[in-house]
Design a protein around this ligand. Structure first.
Ligand code: SF4
Ligand code: SF4
Length: 362
């Protein structure tokens, strides 16, 4: 019987300009591979190994076998016979979600009354995650009052970005993460040192202390390998949508309802416009279906389906398909460089007033 090679169906291929990626969506990992192997793996879907060896010149058989054996060792694929090939159908990679809104960003809002109304509206939109960003100090008492409002809410995950003060000590953070199990992430900025705390000590909550002073939304939009998400939900969403802005709503520090606080277009003020009304404006979803396959440079990048996309800060504010400003990766050379010192980005850095942020990312 003819022998075939198959990738496990949870292992998805992405071709880049110079190299490719196997995204293992089950283990939430990824593996770089040469583009030649990408081509071979596409062909193994249809033709046997003997046919592959003939097509790629029998002298290269050993090299190709080594590739396959390596993938088997890494548990990314397996050999099978002709009949078995049909037993392993492709995984469905359609993206579907029942939620009208998945996430909400709230900037510098400290009025408990406004949260009460906001939570009701977010629940109507089935929002799952809220990120509360405070540039100024928020007293622990007020923070507890705000968080208590979420206790019976259907919003099931909360992220906090808080300014450090002497009362935001480890004991308080421990109390927060024990009392409010919905908190999944806390970043405390303006601290003396930088530290990632052991999440095991905080009920599996990610806690980061950052010495950077976060005083505006300009901190957002950093592209870095540490933020890559080889998760099935992210991967499949990225095939159709913008992985940052799809189903996101934000209230900026002036109470303006926007898709993202960094995008200038407002759809009304929270005090006199409902979230549902803002969302009904077709312009609100302008970026929701702008995916990485449409973005300049990113469309040639092997990381495009595990990377996030920033439309708030781009290399050219006049081009809705411009590459994210805060990415230093070049898929044509496979090199990473510091984005903020790239002379080609100077104009955009100046446009966004980010000169002070150079090399100060969270
Ligand atoms: S679009 Fe950019 S600035 Fe806006 S939330 Fe996403 S990453 Fe942040
Ligand atoms: S080039 Fe685009 S897809 Fe690639 S790492 Fe940068 S932002 Fe992500």
């Amino acid at each position: 019987m003819m022998k075939h090679f198959k990738l496990y169906s949870n292992c998805l291929l992405v071709k880049g300009f110079k190299r490719s990626l196997i995204v293992d969506t089950q283990r939430i990992q990824y593996q770089l591979i040469p583009n030649d192997l990408f081509e071979i793996l596409l062909k193994t879907e249809k033709i046997s190994l003997d046919e592959i060896y003939i097509e790629y010149n029998i002298e290269n058989k050993k090299i190709i076998e080594n590739y396959f054996n390596r993938l088997i060792e890494e548990e990314l694929g397996f050999y099978c016979n002709e009949e078995e090939v049909e037993w392993f159908p492709k995984m469905n990679i359609d993206f579907q979600t029942p939620f009208l809104i998945e996430s909400c960003i709230v900037e510098e809002l400290s009025e408990v009354g406004k949260y009460k109304n906001l939570i009701l509206q977010l629940e109507d939109l089935q929002c799952q995650y809220i990120e509360i960003i405070m540039y100024e100090t928020l007293t622990n008492e007020l923070l507890l009052d705000i968080l208590s409002l979420f206790e019976k809410s259907s919003i099931n995950r909360i992220g906090l970005i808080l300014k450090f003060d002497e009362h935001k000590d480890l004991t308080f953070l421990k109390y927060l993460t024990t009392r409010f199990l919905r908190i999944v992430k806390i970043i405390v900025h303006s601290t003396e040192d930088n530290e990632v705390l052991n999440c095991n000590d905080f009920n599996a909550t990610e806690i980061i202390k950052s010495s950077i002073i976060i005083d505006s939304f300009k901190f957002c939009g950093v592209v870095d390998m540490k933020y890559f998400t080889p998760h099935i939900a992210h991967f499949t969403e990225s095939l159709q949508h913008n992985t940052c802005l799809n189903r996101k709503i934000s209230i900026d520090r002036n109470g303006e309802i926007k898709n993202c606080p960094a995008i200038s277009k407002s759809f009304g003020k929270l005090q006199d416009t409902s979230l549902a009304t803002a969302l009904a404006d077709p312009e609100f979803k302008k970026y929701w279906n702008v995916n990485k396959d449409q973005i300049n440079t990113c469309k040639d990048c092997e990381f495009r389906h595990i990377c996030t996309d920033c439309r708030g800060y781009t290399e050219d504010e006049n081009d809705q398909y411009a590459k994210p400003l805060k990415c230093g990766y070049n898929p044509y050379t496979n090199e990473w460089a510091e984005w903020s010192t790239n002379p080609l980005k100077e104009k955009a850095i100046e446009y966004y007033g980010m000169q002070d942020l150079v090399k100060k990312d969270v």
